[in-house]
Ligand binder design. Structure first.
Ligand SMILES: *Cc1c(COP(=O)(O)O)cnc(C)c1O
Length: 813
């Protein structure tokens, strides 16, 4: 097998700069935030329309990385590292992955479809790993970048691969097929997700099924429309069509399980799924299809299927006890997912101190000795302050690392658990399912109620890039993080924005900026409502004030003088029609007189704010504001001979008046997935989902009432579910009495009666649900914009009104 730099160079047809010694890359990286292991890393500098990996090369050289695949060598780095120069780094990554894959000849299962890819992959891994040494895509790594990275996880010990492939537009699947080269295909389902990238449903199916071009079998639910596009042999299943290869002749639901009678070839057998919902049953059927094709015996299938479990596919960072952050990854424990979890830990560096709690590791495909040697060096390189090993094997192999505490079992650890021993640190909890680390997570998690607001960090990146695509590449972006990131969380989002190289952050008050600095954010921060008493703090924390009045300027200058600082960046706000804060034309001469020959401060930017950028009916007014801005800012720049950054646009301004972008824009609500028109909204991704659970379900007889003041009277027997969220959480009382609804298991349930302080009630008479089920208050459905309409207000008010007692959970896919 040849996979070394020399073979890579020739496979990529790359131009070489530097003195490469031939080596076998141990770590292929595309993200500068990931763990790097110096010389063993080959870093691909990917470029997107808004992101350029080349910008991080210096930083990586400082971390000890030496070998880079690039499109160009950044200025000044020519002799500092080794470079493979290629035309397109993404193609190179894909090409190299395809080459690497082709070095292995064992069977590989390729999974695609609109929903269920990750669950089917994880379940197949669970079902097949007693018989095979399985390699699979970690998490939901199924994109143009994720698939190549997944494939590099293959090694000589594996004898079965399971990889998922996800696409959003035409032309993408062929590339993924070239990389995965699957022998067995699974088509999970066809839905409406990502429809934007395709002209029609048919086009989408035609594209997706290209994954199967070289498969010897494809498993799918019987469906003539899809089958039409698959010329390979098929194993179909169906609840209705007896002609399917695998026919479900009977199905009956029990309390929490579903029993199915299956007919396959000349055998009839029964399986019990520990689920009742439609999606899980579909996913399980696809798994059974694959098992049958691989000649798994019926008795083994029956046995394993009844042990399927729900899959948590994302890493989550949660608030923990004693100001800790808990990263919960207590459901898988192979080497690749350990590395991903450590990367995530590295990125969540709110606290300097890091602890990892880790169990024995399974399913690596490597001999035990080799596996733990790898784990040993990974942990050693990663500077973890405390390593808690649970399990005989891992404790044995890692005992020589510094700062290790060992336990033979989870029960042992729990017996000695002391809440005081976890303080102000980030704790990664990473263990195999059989170790029941969820019991540890429960102890470490901050005890709040079951309502959470989930923030999708990937959607934030997507939305930022969407607005960047509306701007000239050189236009700077300030992101508004005021009001705790519009209710979504401050430093977690700031951390991401800093990585995405946003130019400025904007907060309303100094203390918000101080929080960000304390969390390690170094991006410039502007404070929009600086109060005179906070100027000292602002200078101490490197926060830049908006100056909107002569009085404010004098107060700031006084302090600057006392502290003897020079050229402190300030931002001049002009009032051009909003009439909130800012200098009017008549005050400019006085302003100029103060600023002239003043060395204490430097005007970093001059800006104004549009009052009606979201409403085309005020077009003329907006143009007048812009004209006024141009005139007044010109007066300042020309008389003072300065060249500050000029900016006036907020989110809807970027969308409606891009010609006014000047040198910078100020993005706010759009980042959080909310635009000011339906058209704009369709192009954004949902960021925040407010969720709770059903506490109790009861049946209310005809004539009975529900809630305070008997506002709801049942006109027939009505099933009522109570949800532990109320107006104290920010769910406005006027959304009660059928004004709004919630979503439970994909179904709509109207809010009935008056909303209470901590509880609301919904009608679930026609909703398939049980106590403990998840309830969506807003997110994909209903959307925040819908609630805003019901209430006759704007989405800003709803988002920022969600109380701080609601726990925020951040996740990445
Ligand atoms: C809040 C704010 C913004 C952002 O407004 P959005 O409508 O959320 O994009 C921009 N500029 C100023 C001065 C702001 O106060």
């Amino acid at each position: 097998m040849t996979f070394s730099l020399t073979s890579i160079i020739s496979a990529l047809n790359a131009k070489v700069s530097g003195s490469f010694e031939d080596f076998k890359p141990e770590n292929i990286s595309i993200d500068s935030r990931s763990l790097q292991n110096g010389n063993g890393t080959l870093f691909f500098a990917l470029t997107g329309s808004h992101h350029d990996g080349h910008q991080y090369i210096q930083q990586l050289i400082n971390k000890g990385v030496r070998n880079f695949v690039v499109q160009y060598i950044p200025d000044g780095l020519e002799n500092k590292a080794n470079f493979l120069v290629v035309e397109n780094t993404l193609f190179a990554l894909q090409q190299m992955a395809g080459y690497y894959r082709s070095l292995f000849s064992f069977p590989i299962i390729g999974i695609t479809g609109s929903n269920g890819k990750t669950i089917v992959k994880e379940w197949l891994n669970f079902l097949l790993s007693p018989d095979y040494s399985v390699v699979r895509s970690p998490k939901s790594y199924n994109s143009q970048v994720g698939v190549p990275l997944s494939v590099f996880g293959i090694n000589e010990q594996h004898d079965l691969g399971i990889f998922e492939a996800g696409i959003s537009q035409k032309g993408e699947m062929e590339k993924l097929e070239n990389i995965i080269q699957p022998n067995i295909g699974v088509f999970t389902s066809i839905g409406s997700a990502h429809d934007e990238g395709f002209l029609s449903q048919e086009e989408k199916i035609a594209e997706k099924t290209k994954l199967f071009n070289h498969c010897s079998l494809v498993v799918l639910e019987k469906n003539p429309l899809i089958e039409h596009y698959i010329s390979q042999p098929k194993l179909t299943w169906s609840f209705t069509d007896k002609n399917a290869t695998l026919f479900v002749s009977q199905k009956w639901a029990e309390n929490t399980a579903t029993r199915l009678t299956l007919v396959y070839q000349d055998q009839t057998f029964e399986v019990t799924l520990p689920f009742t919902d439609e999606f899980s049953i579909q996913n399980a059927m696809n798994c059974i299809g694959v098992l049958l094709y691989l000649n798994t015996s019926i008795s083994v299938i029956t046995e394993r299927i009844q042990n399927l479990y729900p899959i948590e596919i994302r890493l989550q960072a949660k608030k923990g006890i004693n100001n800790c952050i808990i990263i919960d990854d207590s459901y898988s424990s192979d080497y690749q997912s350990l590395k991903i979890a450590l990367d995530f830990l590295e990125q969540q560096k709110l606290h300097q101190k890091k602890t990892i709690i880790v169990s024995d590791i399974f399913q690596s495909g490597l001999p035990t000795e080799v596996l733990y040697q790898k784990v040993f060096s990974t942990l050693q390189n990663n500077h973890i302050d405390r390593i808690i090993t649970i399990g005989e094997t891992i404790s044995n192999y890692l005992s020589k690392l510094p700062h290790v505490i060992s336990f033979s079992s989870t029960a042992d650890f729990l017996k000695q658990f002391n809440t005081q021993s976890f303080q102000n640190e980030t704790v990664l909890v990473k263990g195999a399912r059989s170790f029941n680390f969820d019991e540890i997570v429960v102890l470490l998690e901050e005890k709040k109620h079951e309502t959470v607001m989930e923030i999708n960090l990937d959607a934030i990146t997507y939305n930022l890039n969407f607005y960047r695509s509306k701007l000239k590449p050189e236009t700077k972006v300030m992101v508004m993080l005021k009001a705790f990131g519009y209710g979504n969380g401050g430093f977690e989002i700031a951390k991401l924005l800093e990585h995405l190289k946003v130019d400025y952050l904007g907060v309303a008050f100094a203390d918000e900026g101080v929080e960000l600095r304390k969390a390690g954010i170094s991006t410039p921060i502007i404070v929009l409502n600086p109060e005179n008493y906070s100027f000292n703090t602002m200078i101490a924390y490197d926060l830049e004030p908006e100056i909107y009045s002569i009085n404010g300027l004098h107060s700031f200058l006084k302090i600057a003088q006392e502290k003897n600082i020079s050229q402190y960046p300030i931002h001049i706000k002009l009032d051009t029609g909003m009439h909130r804060l800012g200098f009017e034309a008549a005050q400019l001469d006085e302003l100029i007189a103060v600023l002239k020959n003043n060395n204490f401060v430097a005007v970093k930017s001059i800006f104004s704010h549009l009052a009606a950028s979201d409403d085309k009916q005020f077009d003329a007014f907006t143009y007048k504001q812009f004209e006024c801005y141009q005139e007044n800012s010109k007066k300042l720049t020309e008389t003072l001979h300065i060249k500050p950054i000029r900016h006036i646009l907020n989110t809807s301004g970027i969308f409606n008046y891009p010609e006014m972008q000047m040198e910078m824009v100020r993005l706010g609500i759009g980042l959080y997935g909310i635009g000011n028109s339906d058209y704009e909204n369709q192009q954004l991704q949902n960021v925040s989902t407010l969720k709770s659970i059903i506490s109790q379900i009861r049946i209310v007889e005809k004539g009975e009432s529900v809630g305070y003041s008997r506002k709801f009277i049942a006109n027939k027997p009505t099933t009522v579910a109570s949800i532990p969220i109320g107006y104290a959480d920010g769910i406005r009382r006027s959304l009660g009495n059928q004004k709004s609804y919630v979503t439970i298991n994909g179904q709509r349930a109207d809010i009935i009666g008056n909303i209470c302080m901590d509880t609301l009630m919904v009608d679930v008479t026609r909703v398939n649900c049980k106590e403990g089920d998840e309830v969506i208050i807003f997110g994909e459905r209903p959307k925040v914009t819908e609630l805003a309409e019901f209430l006759n207000t704007i989405p800003y008010e709803i988002l920022t009104g969600i109380s701080q007692r609601v726990k925020r959970v951040f996740y990445k896919n």
